[in-house]
Design a protein. Sequence first.
Length: 104
Amino acid sequence: MTKIAVIKTGGKQYKVKEGDVLKIEKIDKKDGAKIAFDTLLTADTEGKEVNIGKPLVKGKTEGKLLEQGKDKKISVIKYKSKTRYLRNKGHRQNFSKVEITKIA
């Protein structure tokens, strides 16, 4: 049976299962560290049992931090026509790559 969970981290929600690798907002831990996430919803593969939390379900989702890094550069532009106003700024978002190891 493959368990599915919805976890919340960095202000976003992710639908995950064991073995998934995902990019999330940066977490201040070292590579290889274990991370515990709050589980919002869990379900099994047949869809017979679905536990929906109000707001959370008991249990935890555990993951392992694989790496830290920076995303691709994006360009942030402010422009106003007819006033000679143009501002161009670049931004690279920090991220953490996490592998989901256990859903309990």
